[in-house]
Design a binder for this molecule. Structure first.
Ligand code: AMP
Length: 285
């Protein structure tokens, strides 16, 4: 396998100029936005981008505006050298790793504020989170001039909000969703899994087990969201260090809560395992 180190760029202007030159040469540019501390889930998104475009940009930026005042911005794991080593075999062209002051220079005054799709799920428990996400993603689209961008279904609400933003604001970017990548035992990969103690790591399995139990009950014919949510909650109750933030069954497009599942739905949950907030979801059927 050829190992070509990516060019690391921190200046947004330099990224924009590089991308414009590639596009003048007829190349399609893909963007994979991340907060770094990469894992196999991120790498799957990068491979998807590689398949779909001529040039691949991976951004690594722990975005301060999407963290609440009592959240984990300061202690969020960061290791650029490790990330670059993980990306080296994947033929990434550019790693864009700006400093906060380059993304939010003095005088910065414009935000993208999503509505409606933010009413439930993580939008309810993390006020302002998706405003920070949409703002930085819109900026990353602008800086990278991406023709397409790949996002994980792990952050299901985020993916739908970004699809909506891209449509509503006529951003010329194709949005690609990628299925959740899991550990062999079912735990959805997340940079935040690195916070978990061994006991919490075992308890964290309750998230995927709860979703599997919901899917089994759905397959057996249950269509009441209340009954399915109760099933998930009873599985989560078996994990001592787990505290439920939410378990909801929603329409996959509008994210509106459903009472009965008539067509498609997604069961999404957020759970604190110790101090670590984890999310997971599963489509039904
Ligand atoms: P993050 O670094 O956590 O902001 O995630 C960057 C991108 O990777 C987002 O589009 C996430 O949805 C995606 N992602 C994170 N974890 C996973 C996973 N386990 N499977 C698929 N995509 C993921």
């Amino acid at each position: 396998m050829s190992v070509t180190p990516a060019t690391v760029i921190s200046d947004p202007r330099a990224l924009s100029e590089w991308s414009a030159a590639e596009q003048r040469a007829g190349k399609r540019v893909a963007l994979v936005p991340t907060m770094g501390f990469l894992h196999a889930g991120h790498l799957a998104l990068v491979r998807e981008a590689r398949r779909r475009a001529d040039r691949v940009v991976v951004s690594i930026f722990v975005n301060p505006t999407q963290f609440g005042p009592h959240e984990d911005f300061a202690r969020y794991p960061r290791d650029l050298d490790r990330d670059l080593a993980l990306l080296a075999p994947l033929a990434v062209d550019v790693v864009f790793a700006p400093e906060p002051a380059q993304v939010y220079p003095a005088g910065f005054a414009t935000y993208v504020v999503p509505e409606k799709l933010t009413d439930g799920l993580c939008g309810r428990s993390r006020p302002g989170h998706f405003k920070g996400v949409c703002t930085v993603v819109a900026m990353l689209f602008g800086m990278s001039r991406a023709n397409l961008a790949v996002f994980g279904e792990k952050d299901f609400q985020q993916l739908q909000i970004i699809r909506r933003m891209t449509r509503d604001l006529w951003l010329p970017v194709e949005i690609i969703g990628h299925p959740i990548v899991r550990e062999p035992d079912g735990l959805a990969l997340s940079s935040r899994n690195s916070y978990l103690s061994p006991a919490e790591r075992r308890d964290a399995l309750a998230l995927s087990r709860a979703l599997t139990a919901v899917a089994a009950q759905f397959a057996a014919g249950e269509r009441s969201a209340e009954a399915l949510v109760e099933t998930a909650k009873s599985v989560l109750a078996t994990a001592r260090s787990a505290r439920i933030d939410y378990v909801e069954i929603v329409d996959p497009e509008t994210l509106a809560p459903l009472a009965r599942i008539e067509r498609e739905a997604v069961c999404a949950l957020a759970v604190f395992v110790g101090r670590t907030r984890l999310i997971d979801n599963r489509r039904l059927p």
